[in-house]
Design a protein around this ligand. Structure first.
Ligand SMILES: C[S@@+](CC[C@H](N)C(=O)[O-])C[C@H]1O[C@@H](n2cnc3c(N)ncnc32)[C@H](O)[C@@H]1O
Length: 309
């Protein structure tokens, strides 16, 4: 299995001040980032989470040489609060890492159904024990629900046309059937990318409730990270990046009253300092070596009043 950890040098740099604490790697995947952290900072411990059992078997074998310094759980990063409650902990975490989305290994495994490069069942679940698959969404949602989700999560302007074509054609069970249907219905002429890309993104987000998970993890991170601890998020599409950007912005402001309120009524206290004033992107050499890193966007914030709960 191969996955090149994205923006690894930047992650090492931004977690350096947390070098003797517990980092929660919420998206352990194949363990590339965690391995780099454990090897570079010998006093750092990691709690690694992922929903993908196969990825966890691989990263477990890869990281077991670090003994007690690494603990691995199959869980959703949206559960960081109960997870931190349930593990015996004498201190808060020093950091949270979220490297969102799909790994190369998931994309390249045909039967996971993430990619229209292979003909495979429409699955797209990070957690293979979860009930709802992409085929359930495609075959059971109403035309309106499909159009809305393709528009909202795929930012696809032709969402209504695509939803109607799906309803007329279904049942649809494979990636190729769906990709070909979309290509035929909206054409490939004006698209730099495959015309099904946005619909596939929307389906994946819906199946895995990706945006809700991100919201929960960010807001709960404020309760489990200590003062001067850091949150690093790498996102791969604008919907995720917008959530991270606005969360960091709001939580670093003294006042979050609506603009029309002239005298502050919210008494909001800032919890974060934004470390990356501008979003960070991979260098040209990283993109050359790993083209899949090209859409990555990294943001980093530091807790300034993380007292836990
Ligand atoms: C881009 S990969 C992470 C790669 C990892 N940083 C590495 O270096 O190998 C994203 C991983 O996050 C996992 N994932 C996505 N959403 C998750 C969630 N809500 N909770 C836990 N894991 C999740 C996916 O299963 C996938 O393995």
């Amino acid at each position: 299995m191969k996955h090149m950890p994205v923006m690894q040098d930047e992650i090492l740099k931004y977690f350096e001040p947390c070098d003797n604490g517990l980092i929660i790697d919420g998206t352990l995947g194949l363990g590339g980032h965690s391995e780099a952290l454990l090897a570079s900072y010998t006093r750092m411990n990691i709690l690694g989470l992922d929903l993908d059992e196969n990825a966890l078997i691989f990263s477990g074998n890869r990281l077991n040489k670090y003994g007690d310094r690494i603990k691995i759980l199959k869980d959703n990063f949206s559960n960081i609060l109960p997870i931190m409650d349930s593990i015996e902990r004498s201190e808060l975490a020093s950091g949270l890492l979220l490297d969102l989305g799909v790994s190369s290994y998931q994309l390249d495994t045909p039967e996971r159904g993430f990619s229209f490069r292979f003909d495979a069942p429409l699955d797209m679940r990070f957690n293979s024990n979860q009930e709802i698959k992409a085929s359930d969404v495609i075959n059971e949602y109403s035309e309106r629900e499909l159009a809305d989700l393709i528009y909202k999560y795929g930012e696809e302007r032709k969402s209504r046309k695509i939803a109607k074509a799906i309803i007329d054609r279904r049942p649809i069970f494979t990636t190729m059937e769906l990709a070909d249907l979309i290509k035929n219905i909206i054409g490939a002429k004006n698209y730099k990318i495959h015309p099904a890309t946005k619909t596939f993104q929307a389906l994946r987000i819906e199946v895995n409730k990706e945006l809700n998970n991100l919201y929960s993890a960010l807001s709960d991170s404020l309760k489990i990270i200590k003062n001067k601890g850091r949150i690093i998020v790498i996102s791969y599409h604008s919907l995720e990046d917008r959530i991270v950007k606005s969360f960091f912005k709001n939580e670093s402001k003294k006042c979050i009253c609506p603009v029309e309120v002239l005298i502050c009524e919210c008494h909001h206290s800032p919890m974060l300092k934004v470390i990356t004033k501008r979003v960070h992107k991979p260098s040209f050499s990283e993109i050359n070596a790993n083209p899949r890193s090209r859409s990555a966007k990294m943001r980093v914030a530091e807790l300034i009043s993380g007292t836990g709960y």
